[in-house]
Design a protein around this ligand. Structure first.
Ligand code: B12
Length: 211
């Protein structure tokens, strides 16, 4: 597996080694999207070890930092393939209240922007009302909400409930994502779309806007 060493470097939080390996793999012509997909799996495994108390928060933090550094190196490569022209849609994108996990959201932003969407990144730990205010200000088509914890998933539901309360539910498509979420949760809260990963997000969101 060509990415084994890279995964190990990210897992152990060895940022400089992860950066060197990323550059080497890109020079060898490996697909940056494949690298992100494999590293996402690696992080899921890290999360499981953390849950079983086999690793601890500092190790998780180092792995997170290493992954962020890798994505920074990969970003220009993905952007080279980017599309120009009229935006396919406008998206307000953020991580819900109480949740600081931003790596996935940042990758989604990258994928959307390089596939012709205009994105307003509202950051992490974002209040539900802020998502809506930003969508109003931008004239957005889509509100994209990321949640990485079961404890913060209700934030996604709250955005939808607030839109309904304000009579704005029909104005925006609500798209959700993040490791603990899924189609079942999307159906339960009445989201318009669930995307499993950042690679599929641009195509699925473009299709959603055609409906
Ligand atoms: C890295 C990490 C951290 C880093 C985050 C660094 C950062 N700057 O983001 C640090 C160390 C800071 C951290 C902190 C904590 N973490 Co943490 N963390 C993780 C870990 C291992 C990986 C997350 C990640 O970056 N994955 C890689 C990215 C690329 O994948 P992704 O986020 O899933 O995103 C992809 C898709 O889901 C999708 N996507 C994501 N969002 C969206 C949104 C839209 C709109 C769309 C379309 C798609 C989409 O696209 C992305 C790319 O394909 C997860 C484990 C896991 N299974 O996710 C735990 C995990 C999420 N953390 C957990 C916990 C408990 C914590 C802490 C509470 C620990 C503590 N005791 O302090 C704190 C919480 C802080 C807070 N309030 O948020 C738990 C949550 C458990 C739960 N209740 O559900 C997990 C699941 C680990 C575990 N199994 O116990 N964490």
């Amino acid at each position: 597996m060509p990415f084994k060493e890279l995964c190990q470097a990210v897992e152990s939080g060895n940022t400089s080694e992860a950066e060197d390996l990323t550059r080497k793999l890109l020079e060898e012509g490996h697909d940056p999207l494949r690298m992100i997909a494999v590293l996402t799996e690696t992080m899921n495994t890290r999360g499981e070890l953390f849950a079983r108390l086999e690793i601890f928060l500092p190790q998780l933090m180092l792995a997170g930092e290493a992954l962020t550094a890798v994505v920074d190196i990969i970003r220009p490569k993905i952007m080279e393939r980017g599309e120009q022209g009229t935006p396919k849609g406008k998206v307000v994108l953020g991580v819900v209240k109480g949740d600081l996990h931003e790596i996935g959201k940042n990758i989604v932003k990258l994928m959307l922007e390089t596939n012709g969407f205009e994105v307003k990144d509202v950051g992490y730990d974002v209040d539900s009302l802020t998502f809506i205010k930003e969508a109003e200000a931008m004239g957005a088509d889509i509100i994209g909400a990321s949640s990485l914890m079961t404890t913060t998933m209700p934030g996604q539901r709250e955005i939808i409930e607030l839109l309904k309360a304000k009579g704005l539910r029909d104005r925006y498509k609500v798209v959700i994502g993040g490791a603990p979420t899924g189609q079942e949760w999307a159906d339960m809260i009445g989201a318009d779309l669930y995307c499993k990963d950042a690679t599929s997000a641009p195509r699925m969101m473009a299709e959603l806007l055609k409906k």
